[in-house]
Write a protein that binds this ligand. Structure first.
Ligand code: ARG
Length: 575
């Protein structure tokens, strides 16, 4: 159990013993300032209000009843009624020795669907897909680590109107004896060709429109062409996932096409319930719940005039599948903030229609836009969209040059490996470490810096610890000696390391990976302070101190490696 939960338990018992009503919570939180102890219990104020008594009196009664002798060496009441708890260094040491940082099993595991990445397959993946892919993957890893059943869903766009044009183009190119793999070698170029063809040649455009209808109606020949295209595009995505260290697999792909058979049923059920009505030939739902300031209901179109279905219809069908077949307790969507209204509409409608029970949590975790250094959306020099493949290549190249300058002793092979981990890590961390909901500025220079809150800084901190073990000629696993936390720097570091679980719980709840980044950065910074204040391998350091401090080093390395891994970032022994 983490410290916060343990203290909450102790304070709850004390509050009950003091006759405080059960609905008053102890409100245990880490102290902002070490002067006020390590943790605070802030529940006395609320309890006093509920009982019409003085907060400091209540705080005293809680203190009289709380059993903390084993873990705290000092408690005090501060300000209006805060209870400060100073933890015992010996207790911290004992807790740290028990901390394992291994994947956990949850007492209350949930089935959690994580919808992320989800690119449209018509084109190559570009920077617009980066945030969803990276943030979603990190959350999937964290939730899995905490013992939940995570079902990744890559809701790719593989069924839109563009597929009429793309299959028509592919058919023509294959007719000219081109192999599909050749014709689709460059997806972006293929798309541009098809688009040009569509714009310039009305007969081709008519054919393309005809093909969408046929395709969605199940025409075998078109399905075959579509499948070829889809396969090449998915493969391209998989190469990128691999380069980025993203855990999505082909089996996680459940694209828009998967829900085709349920779309008519979704519409008819909404009609039967009286929720959907015909409006100017289309089928629409008016949601009073989301009415604007003038009272006009929010309009969701679920079937177009000609019979075609829409993005919202597919999302409703997907929710039915996720709840009905996948048995989700919680569904998390990592999608750009610009789709917020769409998500609100489909969530409201799914609950209203009973497709998803109120017990299932539907969550849109929105994120802002990736900006260039000029403060406008990130583009190539010539103003085009940046392909993800080019971005990952550039990241590794830049890291390679940097590593070469920093450590010329590495062999070319070692350097390539380090550069890959540093370059990709830097791109991912730069994204994950910013508050998800804000826009952020993409800057090669700051993300690749070895100072500050960056991946290279954390990877370097980890590698430095490994080099200490090499110099000491000791395996971290073999250390089994007393841990004693004498210096303030040792205590501060140990307490931080013990907050790993608390941090993950917060990330899992709020889906903000930057909380984990900040935690790791603070851990590395406290480690550097400890390292400066407490010599390890210097002459004159006692064997007991050396071994104890090496254990702190090992615990720090474990937290850094595990934490970075949960962000999808690799570490290395040397860099
Ligand atoms: N394919 C969509 C896009 O590129 C994103 C899909 C997100 N997931 C969802 N269930 N709507 O904008």
């Amino acid at each position: 159990m983490n410290i916060r939960d343990l203290l909450t338990q102790r304070f709850s018992l004390a509050m009950a013993a003091a006759g405080i009503p059960a609905e008053c919570a102890p409100h245990v939180a880490p102290s902002k300032n070490p002067q006020f102890g390590d943790y605070q219990a802030n529940g006395a104020m609320g309890a006093a209000k509920a009982m019409g008594r003085k907060p400091r009196d209540i705080a005293q009664e809680i203190l009289d009843n709380v059993e903390l002798d084993d873990l705290a060496d000092k408690t005090e009441i501060a300000g209006p009624g805060f209870i400060n708890v100073h933890l015992r260094p010996a207790w911290l040491a004992q807790q740290l020795k028990q901390q394992s940082c291994e994947a956990q099993s949850s007492d209350s595991p949930q089935t959690i669907v994580v919808d992320y990445s989800s690119p449209n397959l018509a084109k190559e993946m570009h920077v617009g897909h980066l945030r969803s892919t990276i943030i979603g993957d990190s959350l999937a890893r964290v939730l899995e680590f905490m013992g939940h059943k995570v079902i990744r869903q890559n809701h790719v766009g593989d069924w839109g109107t563009q597929f009429g044009m793309l299959t028509a183009e592919l058919e023509e190119q294959l007719g000219q004896n081109q192999a599909a793999s050749m014709a689709l070698k460059d997806l972006e170029q293929f798309y541009q060709q098809a688009k040009k063809h569509f714009d310039d040649d009305p007969a081709f455009a008519d054919k393309a429109r005809d093909y969408v209808v046929k395709l969605q109606g199940g025409d075998a020949k078109l399905l075959e062409l579509w499948d070829k295209f889809r396969d090449v595009s998915l493969e391209h995505g998989e190469e990128l996932y691999q380069a980025l260290g993203v855990t999505l697999k082909r089996s996680d792909v459940k694209g828009e096409s998967f829900y085709n058979d349920d779309l008519a049923k979704v519409v008819s059920e909404l009609k039967e319930q009286g929720l959907a009505v015909e409006d100017d030939g289309a089928i629409v739902v008016f949601l009073e719940e989301l009415a604007d300031k003038e009272g006009n209901p929010s309009v969701v179109i679920i079937q177009k005039k000609g019979g075609g279905y829409l993005y919202a219809t597919t999302d409703l069908a997907a929710m039915r599948h996720r709840v009905g077949e996948l048995k989700a307790d919680r569904i998390m969507y990592f999608i750009d903030a610009r789709q917020s209204l769409h998500m609100k509409q489909v969530f409201t409608l799914a609950h209203k229609a009973g497709f998803v029970s109120e017990a299932v949590s539907l969550e849109h975790h929105a994120f802002g836009t990736m900006m260039g250094e000029d403060g406008t959306p990130f583009k190539t020099r010539s103003g085009g969209t940046v392909k993800l493949a080019d971005l990952t290549t550039e990241a590794v190249e830049r890291a390679n040059a940097l590593v070469e300058a920093k450590n010329p002793e590495l062999s070319a092979q070692e350097r390539a490996e380090v550069a890959r981990k540093v370059g990709i890590g830097a791109v991912k961390y730069a994204d994950l470490s910013k508050t998800r909901t804000n826009d952020y500025i993409f800057s090669w220079e700051s993300m690749l810096s070895f100072e500050g809150n960056t991946a290279p800084y954390l990877q370097y901190a980890y590698a430095r610890i490994q080099s200490i073990f090499r110099r000491a000629d000791i395996q971290a696993d073999d250390l089994n000696v007393d841990l004693h936390l004498a210096a303030a720097e040792e205590q501060a570091l140990a307490l931080k390391l013990l907050r790993f679980d608390e941090t993950l719980e917060q990330v899992a709840k709020e889906a903000f990976p930057h909380v984990l980044c900040t935690y790791l950065y603070e851990t590395a910074s406290l480690y550097m302070k400890f390292y400066e204040a407490c010599p390890i391998l210097k002459d004159g350091v006692s064997e007991a101190d050396k071994m104890s401090r090496l254990q702190l080093c090992a615990a720090t390395a474990t937290v850094l490696r595990t934490g970075l891994d949960l962000l999808g970032i690799e570490t290395m022994e040397k860099m």
